[in-house]
Design a protein around this ligand. Structure first.
Ligand SMILES: *Cc1c(COP(=O)(O)O)cnc(C)c1O
Length: 231
């Protein structure tokens, strides 16, 4: 399947999910996850209307960034090491993977240095899995208090990578919990919060995620096909 056909299929699936949930499909942003994908194929997706690109690794983002240009927004979605923040703060619109106070401190510092307020999402480990990054749902309130003083950060919402399940329906309770937590975030009074994004749903589970309230879905395989890690 080519990229255009894939994107059209995803759009119609999202439309259906929105209809079912009584939502407006224009609220949902399709991010193309471009890890391991060559620049020419990424440009193909952009030609089909993709406006947000998500990369996992700093090195890859930095390499592709000048080759693709500014017609798209760049999001960092992978685990971010503190010592690599300096390479991306001037490039990314949104960092989805804030998961520690140390990282928040460094992003704040680097953003301040270039006169920017960096938008971030807090990554939540919604399944409580040892293998996943993110803070625990019950720690969100405390976490906000700890980062509240960082003036060059703006918390725009939450992100999660849901547990891998066998039946698609099994993931729904996690997404429901995320939506609840997102609504709690919206109600928290803090100068650092301007909640507008709930980033959840990948190729295998984005339909359920949209039904449950996601407004950014992060799709790699569903757009570009299987990744070839040997390239
Ligand atoms: C790779 C990745 C995705 C996309 O995964 P697919 O299953 O290929 O759609 C989404 N989010 C994150 C954080 C990823 O690392």
């Amino acid at each position: 399947m080519d990229v255009r056909t894939n994107i059209e299929a995803i759009k119609s699936n999202i439309q259906r999910a929105c209809k079912k949930a009584g939502r407006d499909p224009s609220e949902v942003t399709i991010m193309a996850v471009t890890k391991t994908i060559p620049v020419e194929r990424i440009k193909e997706a952009i030609a089909c209307g993709i406006k947000v690109i998500g990369e996992n690794r700093v090195q890859e983002l930095v390499k592709k960034y000048p080759l693709i240009g500014g017609d798209v927004k760049w999001h960092m979605i992978g685990h971010l090491q503190v010592n690599k923040v300096k390479y991306i703060v001037d490039k990314v619109e949104l960092i989805h993977s804030l998961d520690s106070v140390k990282l928040a401190q460094e992003i704040d510092k680097r953003a301040k240095a270039i006169g920017k307020r960096q938008n971030v999402l807090i990554e939540i480990n919604i399944g409580g899995e040892d293998t996943k990054y993110g803070i625990k749902p019950e720690e969100l309130g405390d976490f906000i208090k700890q980062i509240e003083g960082f003036e060059n950060l703006c918390v725009q919402g939450l992100m999660t990578v849901a547990p891998i399940v066998t039946a698609p329906e099994d993931v729904r309770p996690y997404f429901k919990k995320m939506k609840q937590l997102y609504d709690e975030l919206k109600d928290m009074k803090s100068r650092i919060i301007d909640a507008r994004y709930l980033s959840m749903g990948m190729t295998s589970d984005y339909v359920v995620a949209v039904e449950e309230g996601a407004n950014i879905v992060r799709i790699g395989t569903g757009i570009f096909g299987p990744r070839n890690y040997d390239k």
